[in-house]
Write a protein that binds this ligand. Structure first.
Ligand code: MG
Length: 379
């Protein structure tokens, strides 16, 4: 495979140390490898890359000006598939942990025929039971490789219409009302705004946005409300401000209270923290109107696709969400966009030095390149 010298050097320079960012686990099949039905075994490599953010990103533990994501390359038959891991810092995820989790997962992918991927999510879960973006990075790289091998885009492989005019929302970071007003101005190209509820100055924040624009607003509470009576009052107020839906209003384990809320809420209640994989859907299906599917939670496209099937079966609306991710992981999620009622895929828009291209924002919605695999190319 081609070494991506530019990215490698950029990172080493920034980190100021000569870390070996790539480690090759792949190997050519030996004489004893006849049991492998997929021909030549893949070479699977990875690298950590530093992504500079347009705006400092405020998280529970402080403020970040850059993110480190991990890229996985699945190389076989002269074709390279690329995948990416973005991290939920609040859940203790980071690039180094992802790399540690990749190590035991890589042999599974190396030893599995790429066209026999059905059991991979379960097998990966046996090896790394925790929520891990390492699983997503491997899965996306494999799906990209399969598409390229078949010379078709992944959406076509999955039987999904590539065209969707569902517009993506764009997150407005919480700040003083004056700063938020400026951010709303800068978000002019985006048609829907998303804002987090923090428990402090929330009404002022919503009012600040409303004083600038009548665009739809989406609100993410991140499990912040523990009193259902207070929650319904807040939701009614938000609905009157033109808020489209409320994401994860109550803690994951307050399922009965959330169901109570859903029965009374004038706007949809969407599960995020409450649903990671399809296994969670059965448990939560009566308490929410929709589910936020994120590749970094599901462990990739295979499981995300299964989740869309289950969501439809149980009449749950589908939302597609993301972490701070480059065009690689965002383009992977966009493959599913025609299945979604709500799209919240803005992670790549927050990155200054996105190393990949392949997506265009047209009138607020994503248009894919139509190239094979996930349709991305390195700049
Ligand atoms: Mg959320």
């Amino acid at each position: 495979m081609i070494m991506k010298r530019r990215g490698f050097l950029a990172f080493s320079g920034a980190a100021g140390m000569g870390l070996a960012l790539r480690e090759t686990f792949g190997q050519m099949p030996g004489k004893g490898d006849k049991a492998f039905s997929g021909g030549e075994k893949p070479r699977i490599t990875y690298e950590k890359r530093r992504l500079e953010l347009f705006h400092p990103w405020t998280i529970t533990r402080g403020t970040a000006t850059y993110k480190e994501n991990v890229f996985v390359y699945y190389n076989k038959d002269g074709i390279t598939g690329v995948g990416e891991a973005g991290h939920m810092t609040a859940a203790g995820q980071n690039a180094d942990r992802t790399i540690r989790e990749l190590h035991p997962l890589i042999p599974l992918y190396r030893d599995t025929d790429p066209f026999q991927f059905y059991d991979l999510p379960e097998k990966a879960r046996e090896i790394v039971p925790a929520l891990s973006p390492a699983k997503a990075a491997l899965d996306i790289a494999l799906m990209d490789w399969i598409g390229k091998k078949l010379d078709i885009p992944v959406y076509q492989f999955l039987g999904i219409d590539p065209v969707s005019e569902v517009k993506t929302s764009f997150s407005i970071g919480r700040d003083k009302p004056e700063v938020m007003k400026q951010k709303v101005k800068e978000a002019a190209p985006y048609k829907i705004l998303k804002v987090k509820i923090t428990g402090q100055g929330d009404k002022e924040a919503i009012r600040a946005i409303r004083s600038m624009t009548d665009k739809p607003i989406r609100v993410d509470v991140n499990e912040g409300w523990t009193d259902k009576e207070k929650a319904i009052r807040e939701i009614r107020w938000l609905a009157a401000q033109g808020v489209e839906f409320v994401e994860q209003p109550m803690p994951v384990d307050m399922l009965e209270e959330t169901r109570w809320l859903k029965e009374r809420s004038p706007i949809p209640i969407v599960a995020d923290e409450a649903v990671n994989t399809s296994k969670d859907i059965l448990r939560i299906k009566d308490a929410y109107d929709g589910i936020n599917i994120k590749l970094m939670k599901s462990g990739g496209l295979i499981e995300a696709y299964r989740m869309t099937l289950l969501a439809r079966l149980f009449n749950l609306d589908i939302m597609l969400g993301c972490m701070i991710e480059t065009t690689v992981a965002i383009a992977a999620a966009v493959q599913l966009q025609a299945l979604a009622r709500w799209v919240d895929l803005d992670g790549n828009l927050l990155i200054k030095n996105d190393p990949y291209t392949g997506l265009t924002l047209k009138d607020g919605h994503w248009v894919m390149s139509g190239k094979p695999g996930i349709g991305v190319e390195e700049r």
